[in-house]
Design a protein around this ligand. Structure first.
Ligand SMILES: C[S@@+](CC[C@H](N)C(=O)[O-])C[C@H]1O[C@@H](n2cnc3c(N)ncnc32)[C@H](O)[C@@H]1O
Length: 397
């Protein structure tokens, strides 16, 4: 049998996570990995690209570039988009959406990405109309095919967005709580804090301020070997004309088989928060992700956190993503909160690993323990740090 065609692809990722994504993609079968800012280039056959859409915990979008051309002006751009054979990608009675991004150094009129998207839409519609008389409709929400165009230094790269919508949307979180972490950022925090290794040792995971539950849910999905895309109904390739339905079916069946559902084989998960409404959302999200029977949720003020070590095991992972100073937060109270995190780690979790993920570097110092590592990460545009700690019973820094 001939070997399947290798495609050149690009996966987007939040800043700071590029090398972790590179490792993940290679584990999932990709080759030719090249790290870029906020993305990774790689090669894979179509089934591997699907596997990445289903299994990547870190990627945002998976893009399949189909054309690259010089587009110094509107006319060349229109011509370039129109020269692609769109009937290979979508049906005349289907739907599509176009999103355009441009680099800051893009100087032409096309830097107005909305304008460029309209031109590209016209080029595709005109091509279909001239050939078949019919044209696909634009549909912004879950179109059959999502087209991504990137403009940089007078060049346009046109891609099919195989993910269709960002892979951080796992499909288990319909309701937003206050300041939830994106799921792929939460997964990156867990990998950096060492959860995949600690989880194998079968100990526990504790989130002291779980909010909508993103960290414990992602931790439980990892431990139970549940594909993060398992709950998604929509991917960009499902309505694409070159979709390989048999390969996709196989991958879904395989993902179902490899899930670990026996609780005895899994670590224990504890998630606390002071706010009962937020906890309700967290429980609902965990139920959607089918990990609600693995996670114990409980309303608790940080000051009333339970004795973690040795009650929940000898050496697990405890952490939190505390509030980091919105307009209404009292700075002195926040300082006290961060000091309390340090105290809780020290007094109630000795022998465990700890982590704090925050966007306020001054507050982070209040934790008062020596961080074993500091990882720079971005939560959207906010410069954040993940601080990890080895929690020995000892003195403050
Ligand atoms: C930034 S949010 C956490 C978001 C969470 N990682 C998520 O993805 O949804 C901070 C959480 O800390 C909780 N919190 C603030 N002060 C607390 C305290 N003293 N004790 C327990 N929880 C607290 C808030 O209720 C809020 O849910």
């Amino acid at each position: 049998m001939p070997s399947p065609t290798l495609l050149s692809l690009f996966a987007t990722v939040p800043l700071g996570i590029e090398s972790l994504l590179g490792e993940e993609l290679s584990r999932l079968g990709a080759s030719g990995i090249a790290l870029e800012r906020a993305g990774v280039r790689f090669q894979a056959d179509l089934k591997t690209a699907y596997r990445i859409c289903l299994w990547s915990r870190l990627a945002g979008r998976v893009l399949l570039p189909i054309a690259r051309f010089s587009a110094p002006d509107e006319k060349k751009f229109y011509g370039g988009v129109r020269s692609i054979n769109w009937s290979e990608h979508m049906k005349a009675d289907g739907s599509f959406a176009i999103s355009v991004t441009s680099s800051q150094n893009e100087k032409s009129k096309l830097q107005h990405t909305h304008f460029a998207a309209l031109k590209a839409k016209d080029a595709i519609a005109d091509q279909f109309r001239s050939v078949t008389g019919a044209r696909p409709d634009v549909r912004l929400d879950r179109p059959d095919v999502r087209i991504q165009i990137h403009l940089e230094q007078g060049e346009a790269t046109v891609s099919i967005d195989l993910s269709g919508e960002s892979l951080h949307r796992r499909g288990y979180r319909e309701q937003g709580a206050k300041a939830p972490l994106k799921e792929n950022l939460a997964a990156a925090i867990l990998v950096m804090a060492g959860w995949p290794q600690i989880s194998k040792a079968g100990v526990g995971f504790v989130d002291l301020m779980c909010g909508s539950g993103t960290l414990p849910i992602e931790a439980a999905l990892m431990s139970s070997n549940t594909a993060p895309g398992f709950f998604r109904e929509y991917f960009g390739f499902l309505g694409w004309k070159q979709h390989d339905a048999a390969a996709w079916r196989e991958l879904k069946q395989e993902a179902m088989k490899v899930r670990i559902t026996d609780k005895k084989l899994l670590p224990r998960f504890f998630a606390f928060d002071q706010d009962s409404f937020t906890l309700k959302t967290a429980r609902e999200n965990a139920a959607e992700a089918m990990v609600d029977d693995l996670i114990h949720f409980e309303r608790r003020e940080l000051a009333e956190a339970p004795q973690i070590s040795p009650n929940y095991g000898e050496a697990g992972l405890v952490g939190c993503n505390p509030p980091y100073g919105e307009r209404l937060d009292d700075p002195e109270k926040l300082k006290a909160l961060y000091r309390l995190i340090g105290d809780t780690f020290k007094k109630k979790a000795s022998g465990w690993k700890g982590f704090v993920f925050t966007g306020n570097l001054d507050l982070a110092k209040e934790v008062g323990l020596k961080a074993s590592r500091r990882f720079p990460l971005f939560n959207g545009a906010i410069d954040c740090r993940l601080l990890t700690y080895d929690l020995y019973a000892g003195k403050r820094e």
